[in-house]
Design a protein around this ligand. Sequence first.
Ligand SMILES: Cc1cc2nc3c(=O)[nH]c(=O)nc-3n(C[C@H](O)[C@H](O)[C@H](O)COP(=O)(O)O)c2cc1C
Length: 184
Amino acid sequence: MINVVGIGGSLRAGSQSERALHIALSGAAEAGARTHAITGSSLVLPFYDTALTERTPEAEHLVETVRQADGVIIVSPGYHGALSGLIKNALDYLEDLRPDTRPYLDGRGVGLVAVAYGWQAAVTTLGQLRAITHALRGWPTPLGGAVNSADVTFDDDGGASDPKTVDTLRLIGRQVTEFALKQG
Ligand SMILES: Cc1cc2nc3c(=O)[nH]c(=O)nc-3n(C[C@H](O)[C@H](O)[C@H](O)COP(=O)(O)O)c2cc1C
């Protein structure tokens, strides 16, 4: 069984980026993966500190879930032209995977989506998520998602005002699962 973990969203009720994450995860599930989302308060972690070895239960859960994952999906809102501090701090915790035999995101397909209230931040944030994924030795999927939440609204039933955006997000999720299946 392929395990795909999704990390993303904001702390805002009705977070558009969290809804986008769930759609991408549904695509991963369609392709045969078991999916798990880490969102909201589960992402509220102390600032990553290399001097500390103690981890909160939420931090342990994040690190252990990514360690076991065969694929990852990351969705961030665009904040001031960049990924949010919440998501960046969560990704900093993947430093704990450095000593693993499969370090960081090594060998894993990584679906990336940025959601911002305008194209500029959506595109710059997607580029940053790709750069971070490369640094973590992951394999960004061929398709990435830049979503302009001024044009598209995600509802709480897993849909969106623009069906093409839903298709794109699902395809990103499918690509993550398909990459994992190709690894055997
Ligand atoms: C602190 C903050 C900074 C933001 N900066 C930008 C920005 O630079 N460009 C942009 O297009 N949208 C910006 N936004 C809007 C969010 O990217 C947009 O509302 C997105 O859909 C938020 O996702 P969420 O619903 O998951 O919170 C900002 C929002 C916040 C709260």
